[in-house]
Design a protein around this ligand. Structure first.
Ligand code: MTE
Ligand code: MO
Length: 194
């Protein structure tokens, strides 16, 4: 599968690069999958912790998409493999009033979403990139990939997914990044909110 057809592959204000810059607020965590889990919690009937083997036993999906970083670089045609967010969502019973999600990475990083945005096609919890295991600096063992939002939303080293009926702000969103972050609408910073 690949991203939908548009006249231009590049959203306004973006410049294509073939590099894959490493961007993170802290250091690169060294993770042993034997000590790792993914916590699903919040407005759910029963919270869950998925171990690494549980994640690997879910259907493996593949999606090619473009990365658009708010700092203006874009990288086209990235091959991601992993588990669809919608497949994870199907494992738990989420309160229908819970329209918002916070995805947490290691070391306190987070990004906020509307549930609908994460249920779109192409949203993966990825463990492979361009036919190889995800590297530590790009988010090993598991990173979120949300192709239709700026890349700060694609949380690396994911450890938690929290459902809630109220919108909360993630790490960069609290510092003034746009709560939604659509690159086609240039939703870069909250001061562009009308
Ligand atoms: N856990 C975590 N995830 C993160 C970040 C971070 O600091 N910590 N930075 C975000 C930002 S701002 C960007 S641009 C992308 C960069 O991903 P990359 O290093 O794979 O290019 O990761 C996002 N995910
Ligand atoms: Mo970023």
């Amino acid at each position: 599968m690949r991203d939908g057809a548009r006249d231009s592959r590049l959203p306004p204000g973006q410049i294509a690069t073939t590099k894959f810059p490493v961007m993170n607020a802290g250091s690169v965590p060294q993770i042993n999958v034997a000590d790792w889990d993914l916590h699903l919690f919040g407005a759910v009937k029963a919270e869950m912790r998925l171990r690494w083997d549980d994640v690997k036993s879910l259907p493996q999906s593949h999606y090619t998409s473009d990365v658009h970083c708010v700092t203006t670089w874009s990288r086209l045609d990235n091959d991601w493999e992993g588990v669809r967010f919608s497949d994870i969502f199907g494992l738990i019973e989420v309160d229908p009033a819970a329209k918002f999600v916070m995805v947490y990475g290691e070391q306190g990083y987070s990004a906020n979403f509307r549930v609908d945005d994460l249920l779109r096609e192409g949203v993966l919890l990825a463990y492979r990139y361009n036919q190889t295991e995800l590297s530590p600096e790009h988010g090993f063992p598991l990173r979120l990939v949300v192709p239709h939002l700026y890349f700060w939303k694609s949380v690396k080293w994911v450890r938690g997914i929290e459902f809630s009926s109220e919108e909360k702000l993630g790490f960069w969103e609290r510092f003034g990044y746009h709560p939604h972050g659509d690159p086609w609408l240039q939703e870069r910073y909250a001061d562009s909110l009308k």
